[in-house]
Design a protein around this ligand. Structure first.
Ligand code: KG4
Ligand code: ZN
Length: 354
């Protein structure tokens, strides 16, 4: 009798020829349980997201064990709702795509085990997707005609990088962060300011009524290349706040947020522009949660206009974690014949950008 993986290999190959492909995506890398149904990599038939933000908020950040337990409680309900919303039945699923890393291992394992069980039960291929790569694919769901090559500014909670996307599965890393990711810096600064988790959106909102009049550091790190460093600015802001507290001086949170955000946004935008120029590519794609930042979007819009570059940003709800982007990535992996997973697929805390 032919075993599951042998049959999955044959089906994986056959899927390339199929006219319409329905991929079910699963995402549980952090504090969002999400299941989505995507047709042909571009059409979002459903994208159900159960967020745990309120649960973790009381702890000031994600508690891994609590995250895993809540994924277990939610995944079945989210899965059923995703099928219902997409108006499909189990037999319509051609393949299952799942985030296997990077993320919290316990949280990832819930999604990975659910995906493997489902793929086995339905006798369909299971595709392993990297979460960071997945973020880029939120753009293919938003912009139906977007095609590689393009430059991607990847700004998530865990990664900050600039990539040259050569095609749907091959990319070149042009720059990355030496320490903190941009989102991590936003969240840590927000925490010291006493703002809820995750802090990026709160900083974004407070900055709107603040003045960028505090100079935290004189020089930007890695000013000349395409690499980043955000630990310096993060520490400078935290020291500034602690100093003020020690001296019992008032802290104007709005100004702190505006000054910190201006530094980060300008650094990200300048380097994204530089990458487009170095590579002579006139298409810039933004990916990851910090991509939702209003000042970053505004700055990039202006700079892209000046430099005749087309700018692509995902819909706001697709900037942060969702399974739609995972299903879309899964679709393109199927077409390229990559990342077919066996039943020994496991969760990985880190997945490096190539
Ligand atoms: O991409 P994502 O889901 O994280 C990872 O995959 O690691 O994005 C979450 C990050 C958090 O750090 C959050 O604070 C940040 O995105 N974020 C923002 C905004 N909305 C979310 N940062 C700045 N401005 C925003 N409006
Ligand atoms: Zn993410």
């Amino acid at each position: 009798m032919i075993n599951y993986f042998e049959s999955a290999k044959i089906k994986f190959e056959q899927l390339k020829q199929k006219k319409d492909l329905i991929v079910l995506g699963i995402e549980t890398s952090c504090d969002e349980t999400s299941v989505s149904v995507v047709k042909n990599g571009r059409e979002l038939l459903s994208n159900i997201i159960a967020t745990q933000i309120e649960i973790h908020n009381q702890f000031g950040g994600v508690v891994p064990e609590v995250a895993s337990r809540n994924h277990i409680l939610m995944i079945d309900k989210v899965f059923k709702k995703a099928l219902e919303t997409a108006k499909i039945s189990l037999g319509d699923i051609d393949a299952v795509a799942v985030t296997y890393g990077a993320g919290l291992v316990g949280a990832l394992l819930v999604g990975v085990n659910f995906a493997k069980s489902l793929a086995y039960a339905l006798n369909v291929p299971c595709v392993a997707v990297s979460h960071v790569e997945g973020h880029i694919f939120a753009n293919f769901l938003t912009h139906k005609n977007l095609k590689p090559p393009f430059i991607c500014l990847m700004v998530s909670g865990g990664h900050t990088a600039i990539l040259k996307m050569k095609n749907y599965t091959e990319y070149k890393l042009l720059g990355s962060t030496a320490d903190d990711a941009a989102g991590e810096a936003f969240d840590k600064v927000a925490r010291v300011l006493g703002l809820p988790y995750p802090g990026g959106l709160y900083i974004d909102n407070l900055a709107k009524s603040g003045k960028a009049n505090i100079e935290f550091t004189k020089n930007k790190a890695f000013k000349d290349g395409l690499d980043f460093s955000f630990s310096g600015i993060k520490t400078a802001v935290i020291n500034y706040i602690n100093n003020k507290k020690m001296k019992n001086e008032p802290i104007i949170k709005e100004d702190v947020c505006a000054s910190f955000q201006k530094y980060v946004v300008e650094d990200l935008s300048d380097k994204a522009m530089k990458a487009c120029k170095f590579e002579a590519i006139k298409k810039l794609v933004v990916a990851g949660g910090v991509g939702a930042n209003s000042q970053l979007q505004c700055n990039l819009k202006e700079l892209c206009k000046q430099n005749d570059i087309s700018l692509f940003v995902p819909d706001l709800k697709l900037c942060t974690d969702n399974a739609g982007m995972i299903a879309s990535n899964g679709y393109y992996k199927i077409l390229a014949g990559e990342n077919l997973a066996n039943l020994n697929l496991t969760a990985k805390p880190t997945v490096s950008l190539k």
